[in-house]
Design a protein around this ligand. Structure first.
Ligand code: OAD
Length: 257
C-alpha cells in the first residue's frame, strides 16, 4: 500500500544522495512508543516540581528519593514500550546509505532495540547508573521494576564498592556531556552532508547547537516534527508530521521499503 504522506521531492533527493547522513533525535521520536517527551513528562509527583530544577546534581543531593523515584518510574515506562516505525525507519536508512551516524539526546534504548548500532547518547542512558562517589557502574536488578503507575519517592541503592549513592546514568543540567560522545558527534556533524533532525525542540544546549552548526556549514538540514521549533528558520526542509509516519514514508518513497 502506498503511503498517504506526501514527501517533498527536494528533501527526498538530498536524502537519497547523502554520502554521510547524521540523524539527530530527541524525545519526540519515542513519543509514539508511549514515552512522554521530556517536557510532557510532568506527571504525578514530578508535576509538583520543575524538571529544570530537579534534573540537577544539587537536586539529587537534596532530594535523592524524589529524583531516583522519577528515573525509576521512567525506566519502568521505557521497559514496557517498544520501538515504533520511526525508530525502525532510521535503522532502515542505515542499510540504504553509505554512512549514517545516529546521535540521540534520549536516555532510552529504543534505537538499539530497533536494531541501530553505534548510537551516540549525548545525555547518557537511564540503564547505566553509576556511583556518585567513585564512578563505578552499578548493575540494576534485571526485569521491569514493579512500580505503581504513579511516581514514588524511592531511595537509591548504595555502591557495593565504596558505599556511595548510586545516581542515574543521565546527564543533568549543569553537567558536561560525556566527552567521547560529544567529540564523536561534533566530528560526524563536521563530516556529514545531510542532517536529519527528528523530534527535538532543539532548546537544550550544547546538544541543540549541532543542527545549527551543520546549517552554518552549508549542510542540508531536514527537520521532522509536527510542531514548529527553533530550527525552522535554518532547516532547508521542514517535514511537518509525526516521526512514526513521516520517516517510514521517506524510506518508502526513496527506496520502496
Ligand atoms: P522536548 O520535550 O523539548 O521536545 C520534544 C519535541 O518532539 C517537540 O518539538 C515536539 O513537537 C516533538 N514531537 C512530539 N511528538 C512527536 C512525534 N510523534 N514525532 C516527532 N516529533 C514529535 O524534548 P527534547 O528536544 O528531546 O535533556 O529535549 C532535549 C533535552 O531536554 C532532553 O534530552 C533532556 C531535556 O532537558 C536532559 O535531560 C539533559
Amino acid at each position: 500500500m502506498k503511503s498517504a504522506i506526501e514527501i517533498d521531492a527536494g528533501a527526498l533527493k538530498h536524502l537519497q544522495d547523502a554520502r554521510h547522513l547524521v540523524v539527530f533525535t530527541g524525545s519526540g521520536v519515542s513519543q509514539e512508543s508511549g514515552i512522554p517527551t521530556f517536557r510532557d513528562a510532568q506527571v504525578g509527583l514530578w508535576a509538583k516540581y520543575d524538571p529544570n530544577e530537579l534534573a540537577t546534581p544539587e537536586a539529587f543531593a537534596k532530594q535523592r528519593d524524589v529524583v531516583w523515584g522519577w528515573y525509576e518510574f521512567r525506566r519502568s515506562q521505557i521497559l514496557r514500550c517498544q520501538p515504533n516505525p520511526g525508530h525502525q525507519a532510521i535503522e532502515a536508512l542505515a542499510r540504504h546509505l553509505p554512512k549514517l551516524t545516529l546521535i540521540t539526546q534520549n536516555v532510552d534504548d529504543l534505537h538499539e532495540r530497533a536494531g541501530s548500532h553505534g548510537v551516540i547518547h549525548l545525555h547518557g542512558s537511564i540503564f547505566q547508573p553509576r556511583c556518585r562517589a567513585c564512578g563505578r557502574p552499578h548493575t540494576l536488578t534485571p526485569g521491569i521494576p514493579d512500580l505503581p503507575s504513579e511516581v514514588q519517592q524511592i531511595m537509591p541503592p548504595k555502591c557495593n564498592h565504596c558505599g556511595g549513592w548510586i545516581r542515574p546514568g543521565v546527564v543533568w543540567f549543569g553537567e558536561e556531556l560525556p566527552r567521547n560522545a560529544w567529540s564523536d558527534a561534533k566530528q560526524a556533524v563536521r563530516e556529514c552532508d545531510v542532517l536529519l533532525c527528528v523530534g527535538t525542540s532543539a532548546v537544550v544546549y550544547p546538544a541543540a547547537a549541532l543542527p545549527f552548526e551543520a546549517a552554518e556549514q552549508g549542510v542540508c538540514v531536514i527537520q521532522v516534527n509536527p510542531d514548529p521549533t527553533s530550527l525552522d528558520s535554518v532547516a532547508r526542509f521542514n517535514l511537518r508530521g509525526r516521526a512514526g509516519e513521516v520517516l517510514p514514508a521517506l524510506v518508502e518513497a526513496a527506496w520502496g521499503s
